[in-house]
Write a protein that binds this ligand. Structure first.
Ligand code: MN
Length: 200
């Protein structure tokens, strides 16, 4: 199968002032493309190239031992960014009633969920990601992962936030908490709700 850089559903400057155009362009065309290229190179000649990267990451026991770390890193970077772009939008969107109810059920309230997620993003030491995942028993859970590790050990992700410095440094410098707070202005709740529905 083809492993192409996915197109964004918005222009690089559409998320301003929350995420600036230059950051978006470099993040997409250089960082994301870089992970995809290295992933394909690591799997050169392997049948695993016929599978979607998500399948490969969910079945790491099928990956030759000498390239597992390269796949965790670059396959993770490939998958994580592909998901991340889809949950961002300049449009004002609303989450579904089902997701809203599940958030209340599992976190107490939307504000408590938001605090838990923001906190995971702000306190992830070094580079990594914050996630909202749906667990095997269909509960919502906030987790964080280091580096480019995908969150499949915890569940299936429906919301992601990249907290690598390359995601915010040009605009926010060292102020990761400000970037995290502004992230909430560009979340594509309709898409997150769709991912949630698909997992029920
Ligand atoms: Mn990134």
């Amino acid at each position: 199968m083809k492993h192409n850089l996915p197109e964004l559903n918005f222009n690089y400057n559409d998320l301003e002032p929350y995420i600036d155009a230059k950051t978006m362009e470099i993040h997409h065309t250089k960082h994301h493309q870089g992970y995809i290229t290295k992933y394909v190179n690591a799997l050169e000649g392997s049948d695993l190239l016929e599978k979607d990267v998500e399948d490969v990451l969910r079945n790491l026991e099928d990956v030759p031992e000498d390239i597992v770390q390269a796949i965790v890193n670059n396959g993770g970077g490939y998958y994580n960014h592909r998901l991340f772009w889809t949950i961002l939008t300049p449009k004002k969107t609303r989450m579904s009633d089902d997701l809203s109810k599940a958030i209340d059920r599992d976190f107490g309230s939307f504000d408590q969920f938001k605090d838990a997620f923001s906190n995971a993003a702000k306190t992830q030491f070094g580079s990594g990601w914050a996630w909202l995942v749906v667990t095997d028993d269909k509960r919502l859970k906030v987790v964080s992962t280091p580096n480019q590790n995908a969150p499949f050990e915890f569940g299936s992700p429906i919301l992601a936030l990249d907290v690598w410095e390359h995601a915010y440094y040009l605009n926010y410098q060292n102020k990761r908490p400000e970037y995290v707070e502004n992230f909430w202005n560009v979340v594509h709740w309709e898409q997150v709700s769709k991912y949630y529905k698909e997992l029920l």
